[in-house]
Design a protein around this ligand. Structure first.
Ligand SMILES: *Cc1c(COP(=O)(O)O)cnc(C)c1O
Length: 457
């Protein structure tokens, strides 16, 4: 087997696709601290979440010890349209870097949302439809999640209202057009359509929005509209569960060539692509059968892991959500207008937060000018125009491959290439023109966010 030449792209056959999601929590030695009901301070039970999430999703959210969930046939029917995603060997990049490292990337950009987000949008829409719900609301930052939900809702015949962070709404006007093409309603957030939005606009009419604010708006509409529920594209346990297909496919494809990664790298916004990519490999690490290094890469402008606090916090700015124990900059954190819209979230997946806290993974922050240098080098060599978010992982992989060049180590690196950047041309243009700047918040800049943390153990 190992003498077979590894192709540039490894595709699984349809019958090699995973048919179950894998729940990493089931194999964690210690579970993440429970989500708390902010009213009672008690751990949340599924019934607490039913007004917000479809029931099956509420159950998945809290199913800490169920190792596998069958992927419904109706979900598999859409997955088969765009999955498996290719696992690619970056031969051209390896050669240009003159590194002994082997570099693989799992490419999730081959669908209209342009990202891995569709993997969770489909089951979220499916379970809502099965329950007889008529509509969903959500937020979107860069627009990939809103687009993915719009696709999924169009397929299952559900209404969708999307609150899109204003700064991205203005940077990427065509995102709105795509979502509307699939039948979604789209508002720039903060908007005057909700109490949460109006409150923020009254205090700060020029507020450029944040995921935290957009979540508050979408939640408010979901809980006040008959037959509606709310969906979220990252952070939640259920989303990491659905995204496990990325890791399971990667594991299988590597197995076909007797490969196993020494280093696994992913960009981290809310942690869903990274949590999905690493799931089976982290299981091996926890069980002691393998010991890969796992590295999260985040923007220096929104450094949840590397400079955040491990604390209970709200998932939204309006403080309507349950409390999650996570690495957070505080729900009152106002992110700068960094170009990686999908990485501008104040918090982080509680699962990844716990694993990071317990020393199972590393995190590193990078500045956007260096991210775009890596993005452009990658585009020229591998012919894929990466999303700015994904390019954080490229930066991380390139840096590791260059270290291998120095030490002569033949490491196998796997990174998640989460999506394409066709809607990010304002950012690429700024990089090309040399007008892109780096913003690293000072400790004083971060303090108001930390001051917004609730006072809980
Ligand atoms: C949303 C998004 C991310 C970041 O979200 P995670 O939940 O951290 O994975 C990364 N890349 C792309 C292309 C995205 O759309």
């Amino acid at each position: 087997m190992s003498t077979k030449r590894i192709p540039h792209r490894i595709y699984l056959t349809e019958d090699q696709l995973p048919t179950q999601y894998y729940n990493l929590r089931a194999d964690m030695k210690e579970l993440p601290d429970p989500m708390l009901n902010p009213g009672t301070g008690q751990p949340v039970v599924p019934e607490d979440l039913y007004p917000v999430f479809a029931q099956e999703l509420a159950k998945q959210e809290l199913a800490d010890r169920t190792r596998h969930f069958d992927i419904p046939d109706e979900v598999m029917d859409i997955y088969r349209i765009y999955r498996p995603s290719p696992l690619c060997r970056a031969y051209n990049l390896e050669k240009a870097l003159d590194t002994p490292a082997k570099i693989y990337y799992k490419f999730e950009g081959n669908n209209t949302s342009g990202s891995h987000k569709l993997n969770s949008a489909i089951p979220q829409a499916y379970y809502a439809k099965m329950e007889g719900l008529t509509g969903l609301t959500t937020e979107t930052g860069a627009g990939q999640w809103g687009t993915a939900m719009a696709e999924a809702c169009a397929y299952f015949g559900l209404d969708l209202t999307v609150y899109m962070v204003k700064v991205s709404f203005n940077q990427k006007p065509f995102r709105k057009a795509i979502m509307e093409t699939f039948g979604a309603k789209v508002f720039a957030s903060p908007s005057d359509t909700t109490n949460a939005g109006r409150t923020i606009l009254a205090a700060d009419p020029d507020n450029s929005g944040s995921l935290g604010v957009a979540i508050s708006e979408a939640l408010e509409v979901a809980v006040t509209t008959e037959g509606y529920r709310y969906v979220l594209g990252s952070v939640l346990n259920q989303v990491l569960l659905h995204q496990s297909v990325i890791g399971l496919e990667s594991e299988k494809a590597l197995e076909l060539y007797d490969e196993y990664p020494d280093i696994i790298i992913g960009c981290a916004g809310g942690g869903s692509n990274l949590g999905g990519l690493i799931a089976p490999f982290m299981r091996d690490k926890i069980q002691g059968t393998h010991d890969p290094r796992i590295i999260a890469i985040e923007p220096a402008s929104c450094p949840s892991f590397t400079r955040g606090k491990y604390a209970y916090d709200f998932c939204d700015t309006g403080k309507m959500t349950p409390l999650a124990k996570m690495y957070t900059l505080g729900s009152g954190f106002k992110p700068s207008a960094n170009h990686a819209g999908g990485l501008r979230y104040h918090g982080m997946s509680p699962i990844l937060s716990k694993l990071y806290h317990d020393g199972y993974m590393e995190a590193r922050s990078v500045e956007q000018t260096s991210v775009f240098e890596a993005a452009k080098m990658f585009a020229k060599l591998e012919t894929i125009l990466p999303a700015p978010e994904s390019a954080h992982a490229i930066r991380g992989a390139v840096d590791e491959a260059l270290k291998c060049k120095e030490t002569g180590e033949e490491k196998t690196i796997l990174f998640g290439l989460t999506g394409t950047g066709y809607f990010d041309m304002t950012a690429y243009q700024a990089s090309n023109d040399g007008t892109m700047s780096d913003y690293v918040p000072t400790d004083e800049d971060l303090q108001p966010g930390f001051d917004s943390l609730p006072n809980i153990g």
